[in-house]
Design a protein around this ligand. Sequence first.
Ligand code: MG
Length: 158
Amino acid sequence: MEYRIGQGYDVHALAEGLPMFLGGVEIESPTGFVAHSDGDVAIHALCDAILGALALGDIGHHFPDTSEEFSGIDSKILLERVMKLIEEDHWHINNVDITIALQAPKIGKYVQQMREVLADIMGVAADRVSVKATTTERLGFVGRREGCEVWAIAMLER
Ligand code: MG
């Protein structure tokens, strides 16, 4: 078995009155993400981790935010496309680990659903998909509720 590991990172700003999607799940929240796509910062970091494992560039390269095609796009579609890309070369997900830093709202109750949604798209069992949520103890831009920051790691195998 051959293995590759990749990491991804993304940030989106928060604004009042926008929908909030995280890990493929809609979160009940008075604020949501400013973005060209649906702003699912967790899926974006995950896509970058998977692409990074194979040195395939980043999602900005594959899905440019200047393209009308990706305007308001459901980020689950971006993850599906990334999966197609790696599966063409016979790679599969071994496991992924995602850390979401968000001050508010609390997202703990959505974590299990995120794991299931992401696992389904990636074709793995949910026990290979870790989603962790943290605040930053009110420090920095996350703590001031100005944005959300996500780190992801993906291990691929073939
Ligand atoms: Mg993004």
